[in-house]
Write a protein that binds this ligand. Structure first.
Ligand code: HEC
Ligand code: HEC
Length: 204
Protein backbone atom coordinates (compact mmCIF):
# COMPACT_ATOMS: atom_id res chain seq x y z
CA UNK A 1 0.00 0.00 0.00
CA UNK A 2 2.88 2.38 0.90
CA UNK A 3 4.39 1.71 -2.47
CA UNK A 4 1.13 2.48 -4.13
CA UNK A 5 1.02 5.94 -2.45
CA UNK A 6 4.59 6.56 -3.51
CA UNK A 7 3.68 5.94 -7.14
CA UNK A 8 0.65 8.21 -6.90
CA UNK A 9 2.79 10.98 -5.38
CA UNK A 10 5.39 10.50 -8.08
CA UNK A 11 2.84 11.00 -10.84
CA UNK A 12 1.29 13.94 -9.02
CA UNK A 13 4.69 15.57 -8.76
CA UNK A 14 5.43 14.91 -12.45
CA UNK A 15 2.09 16.43 -13.36
CA UNK A 16 2.91 19.59 -11.40
CA UNK A 17 6.32 19.94 -12.97
CA UNK A 18 4.88 19.48 -16.43
CA UNK A 19 1.97 21.82 -15.96
CA UNK A 20 3.99 24.62 -14.36
CA UNK A 21 6.63 24.03 -17.02
CA UNK A 22 4.10 24.56 -19.78
CA UNK A 23 2.64 27.55 -18.01
CA UNK A 24 6.03 29.19 -17.69
CA UNK A 25 7.01 28.57 -21.28
CA UNK A 26 5.17 31.49 -22.89
CA UNK A 27 6.68 33.89 -20.31
CA UNK A 28 10.22 32.75 -20.85
CA UNK A 29 9.86 32.98 -24.64
CA UNK A 30 8.46 36.51 -24.36
CA UNK A 31 11.28 37.56 -22.03
CA UNK A 32 13.99 36.64 -24.56
CA UNK A 33 12.84 39.39 -26.92
CA UNK A 34 13.78 39.90 -30.58
CA UNK A 35 16.60 37.54 -31.59
CA UNK A 36 18.78 40.19 -33.31
CA UNK A 37 19.28 42.28 -30.15
CA UNK A 38 22.90 42.70 -29.12
CA UNK A 39 24.33 41.85 -32.54
CA UNK A 40 26.23 45.14 -32.82
CA UNK A 41 28.11 44.59 -29.61
CA UNK A 42 29.59 41.26 -30.65
CA UNK A 43 30.08 42.00 -34.32
CA UNK A 44 32.48 44.95 -34.19
CA UNK A 45 35.11 43.12 -36.19
CA UNK A 46 33.01 43.54 -39.26
CA UNK A 47 32.59 47.25 -38.87
CA UNK A 48 29.28 47.15 -36.98
CA UNK A 49 30.45 50.17 -34.96
CA UNK A 50 30.60 52.07 -38.25
CA UNK A 51 27.38 50.75 -39.75
CA UNK A 52 25.64 51.76 -36.49
CA UNK A 53 25.81 55.40 -37.66
CA UNK A 54 26.30 55.19 -41.45
CA UNK A 55 22.58 55.93 -41.92
CA UNK A 56 23.39 59.51 -40.93
CA UNK A 57 26.00 59.87 -43.67
CA UNK A 58 23.56 58.34 -46.15
CA UNK A 59 20.79 60.76 -45.14
CA UNK A 60 19.86 63.23 -47.92
CA UNK A 61 20.82 66.15 -45.62
CA UNK A 62 24.44 64.96 -45.97
CA UNK A 63 24.28 63.16 -49.33
CA UNK A 64 22.97 66.24 -51.16
CA UNK A 65 26.48 67.72 -50.82
CA UNK A 66 28.35 64.38 -50.96
CA UNK A 67 26.71 62.97 -54.10
CA UNK A 68 28.06 62.18 -57.54
CA UNK A 69 28.25 64.78 -60.29
CA UNK A 70 29.52 68.33 -60.31
CA UNK A 71 26.43 69.83 -58.69
CA UNK A 72 24.62 69.77 -55.33
CA UNK A 73 21.26 68.08 -54.87
CA UNK A 74 18.03 69.05 -53.12
CA UNK A 75 15.19 67.50 -51.17
CA UNK A 76 14.56 64.06 -49.74
CA UNK A 77 14.60 62.68 -53.30
CA UNK A 78 18.04 64.26 -53.93
CA UNK A 79 17.11 65.80 -57.28
CA UNK A 80 19.81 67.89 -58.96
CA UNK A 81 19.92 71.48 -57.64
CA UNK A 82 17.64 73.72 -59.69
CA UNK A 83 18.89 76.77 -61.60
CA UNK A 84 21.80 74.77 -62.98
CA UNK A 85 23.94 75.36 -59.88
CA UNK A 86 27.41 73.79 -60.30
CA UNK A 87 30.29 72.82 -58.02
CA UNK A 88 32.61 75.29 -59.76
CA UNK A 89 36.41 75.41 -59.51
CA UNK A 90 36.56 75.47 -55.68
CA UNK A 91 33.16 74.11 -54.57
CA UNK A 92 31.70 77.57 -53.94
CA UNK A 93 29.87 77.54 -57.28
CA UNK A 94 30.55 79.22 -60.58
CA UNK A 95 31.92 82.73 -60.36
CA UNK A 96 28.69 84.20 -61.65
CA UNK A 97 26.57 82.21 -59.19
CA UNK A 98 28.35 81.56 -55.93
CA UNK A 99 26.49 79.53 -53.33
CA UNK A 100 26.59 82.62 -51.11
CA UNK A 101 24.50 84.56 -53.65
CA UNK A 102 21.56 82.68 -52.16
CA UNK A 103 22.81 80.70 -49.15
CA UNK A 104 23.71 82.69 -46.03
CA UNK A 105 25.28 81.56 -42.76
CA UNK A 106 21.85 80.62 -41.37
CA UNK A 107 18.58 79.17 -42.67
CA UNK A 108 16.19 81.68 -44.16
CA UNK A 109 12.70 81.38 -42.65
CA UNK A 110 10.04 80.02 -44.99
CA UNK A 111 9.63 76.86 -47.01
CA UNK A 112 11.76 76.67 -50.17
CA UNK A 113 13.95 79.57 -49.15
CA UNK A 114 17.67 78.75 -49.13
CA UNK A 115 18.99 76.91 -46.09
CA UNK A 116 22.35 78.08 -44.80
CA UNK A 117 25.34 77.58 -42.51
CA UNK A 118 28.78 79.22 -42.40
CA UNK A 119 30.92 78.19 -45.38
CA UNK A 120 28.04 76.72 -47.42
CA UNK A 121 29.67 74.99 -50.40
CA UNK A 122 30.50 71.66 -52.02
CA UNK A 123 33.88 69.96 -51.57
CA UNK A 124 36.28 71.08 -54.34
CA UNK A 125 36.49 69.13 -57.63
CA UNK A 126 40.08 68.10 -56.79
CA UNK A 127 38.77 66.22 -53.72
CA UNK A 128 35.01 65.88 -54.19
CA UNK A 129 34.30 63.57 -51.19
CA UNK A 130 31.58 61.70 -53.09
CA UNK A 131 29.94 58.89 -51.12
CA UNK A 132 26.94 58.25 -53.34
CA UNK A 133 27.15 54.79 -54.91
CA UNK A 134 29.75 53.56 -52.41
CA UNK A 135 29.28 50.57 -50.10
CA UNK A 136 29.42 51.10 -46.33
CA UNK A 137 32.99 49.75 -46.37
CA UNK A 138 34.01 52.19 -49.11
CA UNK A 139 32.45 55.19 -47.34
CA UNK A 140 34.30 54.19 -44.17
CA UNK A 141 37.66 53.86 -45.97
CA UNK A 142 37.09 57.07 -47.90
CA UNK A 143 36.37 59.33 -44.91
CA UNK A 144 39.42 57.89 -43.09
CA UNK A 145 41.77 58.30 -46.06
CA UNK A 146 43.80 61.55 -45.69
CA UNK A 147 44.13 61.63 -49.51
CA UNK A 148 40.36 61.86 -49.80
CA UNK A 149 39.44 63.75 -46.61
CA UNK A 150 41.84 66.69 -46.99
CA UNK A 151 44.59 65.38 -44.74
CA UNK A 152 42.54 64.75 -41.61
CA UNK A 153 43.77 62.25 -39.04
CA UNK A 154 41.22 60.25 -37.06
CA UNK A 155 40.82 62.85 -34.29
CA UNK A 156 40.32 65.63 -36.83
CA UNK A 157 37.87 63.50 -38.78
CA UNK A 158 35.84 62.78 -35.65
CA UNK A 159 35.91 66.46 -34.72
CA UNK A 160 34.58 67.35 -38.17
CA UNK A 161 31.91 64.64 -38.03
CA UNK A 162 30.65 65.77 -34.66
CA UNK A 163 31.16 69.56 -34.64
CA UNK A 164 31.45 71.01 -38.15
CA UNK A 165 28.78 73.62 -38.93
CA UNK A 166 27.75 72.03 -42.24
CA UNK A 167 27.38 68.68 -40.49
CA UNK A 168 25.44 70.16 -37.55
CA UNK A 169 23.09 71.83 -40.04
CA UNK A 170 21.62 68.36 -40.79
CA UNK A 171 19.88 68.41 -37.39
CA UNK A 172 18.48 71.90 -38.00
CA UNK A 173 17.91 72.09 -41.76
CA UNK A 174 15.28 74.82 -41.84
CA UNK A 175 11.58 74.91 -42.58
CA UNK A 176 10.15 72.24 -44.85
CA UNK A 177 13.17 69.91 -44.64
CA UNK A 178 13.38 66.66 -42.67
CA UNK A 179 16.11 66.73 -40.00
CA UNK A 180 18.35 63.70 -39.55
CA UNK A 181 16.24 61.26 -37.51
CA UNK A 182 18.97 59.83 -35.24
CA UNK A 183 19.32 62.20 -32.24
CA UNK A 184 22.62 64.07 -32.35
CA UNK A 185 23.66 62.80 -28.90
CA UNK A 186 23.23 59.22 -30.10
CA UNK A 187 25.25 59.90 -33.27
CA UNK A 188 28.01 61.51 -31.18
CA UNK A 189 28.15 58.53 -28.80
CA UNK A 190 28.31 56.06 -31.70
CA UNK A 191 31.07 57.96 -33.50
CA UNK A 192 33.12 58.11 -30.26
CA UNK A 193 32.63 54.38 -29.70
CA UNK A 194 33.87 53.71 -33.24
CA UNK A 195 36.86 56.01 -32.66
CA UNK A 196 37.73 54.33 -29.33
CA UNK A 197 37.76 50.92 -31.02
CA UNK A 198 40.28 52.20 -33.61
CA UNK A 199 37.69 53.14 -36.26
CA UNK A 200 37.20 49.66 -37.76
CA UNK A 201 35.65 49.51 -41.23
CA UNK A 202 33.36 46.77 -42.57
CA UNK A 203 35.25 44.32 -44.78
CA UNK A 204 32.54 44.12 -47.42
C1 HEC B 1 20.23 81.09 -57.17
C2 HEC B 1 20.17 80.73 -55.77
C3 HEC B 1 21.01 79.55 -55.30
C4 HEC B 1 22.33 79.30 -55.54
C5 HEC B 1 23.32 80.12 -56.33
C6 HEC B 1 22.63 78.09 -54.83
N1 HEC B 1 21.53 77.61 -54.19
FE1 HEC B 1 21.36 75.90 -53.11
N2 HEC B 1 19.40 76.25 -52.79
C7 HEC B 1 18.71 77.36 -53.20
C8 HEC B 1 17.34 77.29 -52.72
C9 HEC B 1 16.26 78.34 -52.93
C10 HEC B 1 17.23 76.08 -52.02
C11 HEC B 1 16.00 75.52 -51.32
C12 HEC B 1 15.13 74.80 -52.28
C13 HEC B 1 13.89 74.23 -51.61
O1 HEC B 1 13.89 74.02 -50.39
O2 HEC B 1 12.96 73.95 -52.33
C14 HEC B 1 18.55 75.44 -52.10
C15 HEC B 1 18.83 74.22 -51.58
C16 HEC B 1 20.09 73.65 -51.54
C17 HEC B 1 20.40 72.38 -50.96
C18 HEC B 1 19.38 71.40 -50.45
C19 HEC B 1 19.40 71.05 -49.03
C20 HEC B 1 18.54 69.83 -48.82
O3 HEC B 1 19.04 68.92 -48.14
O4 HEC B 1 17.42 69.76 -49.33
C21 HEC B 1 21.76 72.19 -51.08
C22 HEC B 1 22.57 71.01 -50.62
C23 HEC B 1 22.28 73.34 -51.74
N3 HEC B 1 21.26 74.21 -52.02
C24 HEC B 1 23.60 73.53 -52.03
C25 HEC B 1 24.09 74.58 -52.78
C26 HEC B 1 25.48 74.76 -53.10
C27 HEC B 1 26.59 73.88 -52.60
C28 HEC B 1 25.57 75.86 -53.90
C29 HEC B 1 26.80 76.42 -54.57
C30 HEC B 1 27.61 75.46 -55.32
C31 HEC B 1 24.22 76.38 -54.06
N4 HEC B 1 23.35 75.58 -53.36
C32 HEC B 1 23.89 77.50 -54.81
C33 HEC B 1 19.22 78.41 -53.93
C34 HEC B 1 20.50 78.48 -54.44
C1 HEC C 1 26.32 72.31 -47.85
C2 HEC C 1 27.10 71.16 -48.18
C3 HEC C 1 27.43 70.11 -47.15
C4 HEC C 1 26.57 69.45 -46.30
C5 HEC C 1 25.08 69.67 -46.16
C6 HEC C 1 27.35 68.44 -45.63
N1 HEC C 1 28.65 68.52 -46.00
FE1 HEC C 1 30.16 67.33 -45.37
N2 HEC C 1 31.50 68.45 -46.41
C7 HEC C 1 31.18 69.56 -47.18
C8 HEC C 1 32.40 70.22 -47.59
C9 HEC C 1 32.50 71.48 -48.39
C10 HEC C 1 33.46 69.46 -47.05
C11 HEC C 1 34.95 69.75 -47.17
C12 HEC C 1 35.35 70.56 -45.97
C13 HEC C 1 36.83 70.64 -45.76
O1 HEC C 1 37.60 69.87 -46.31
O2 HEC C 1 37.23 71.49 -44.98
C14 HEC C 1 32.87 68.36 -46.34
C15 HEC C 1 33.58 67.39 -45.68
C16 HEC C 1 33.02 66.39 -44.92
C17 HEC C 1 33.78 65.35 -44.26
C18 HEC C 1 35.28 65.17 -44.29
C19 HEC C 1 35.73 64.70 -45.61
C20 HEC C 1 35.42 63.30 -45.87
O3 HEC C 1 34.64 62.99 -46.81
O4 HEC C 1 35.96 62.51 -45.14
C21 HEC C 1 32.89 64.58 -43.61
C22 HEC C 1 33.21 63.34 -42.78
C23 HEC C 1 31.58 65.16 -43.80
N3 HEC C 1 31.69 66.26 -44.63
C24 HEC C 1 30.43 64.68 -43.22
C25 HEC C 1 29.18 65.25 -43.41
C26 HEC C 1 27.98 64.77 -42.75
C27 HEC C 1 27.92 63.59 -41.79
C28 HEC C 1 26.97 65.58 -43.15
C29 HEC C 1 25.52 65.52 -42.74
C30 HEC C 1 25.20 65.44 -41.35
C31 HEC C 1 27.54 66.55 -44.08
N4 HEC C 1 28.88 66.30 -44.21
C32 HEC C 1 26.81 67.54 -44.71
C33 HEC C 1 29.92 69.98 -47.52
C34 HEC C 1 28.75 69.54 -46.92
Amino acid sequence: MKRCYAIVWFFAAMLMVCSTGWNLLPFSVAAVGPPAAGKNATDKDNGALFTAFVSVLRNPRCMNCHSSGDFPRQGDDSHPHTMNVKRGPTGFGLTAEHCSTCHQDHNLAGAHLPPGAPGWRLPPPSMPMIWQGLTDAQICESIKDPKQNRGRNLDQLVEHLTEDKLVMWGWNPGEGRTPIPMPHAEFLAKVKQWQAAGAPCPTT
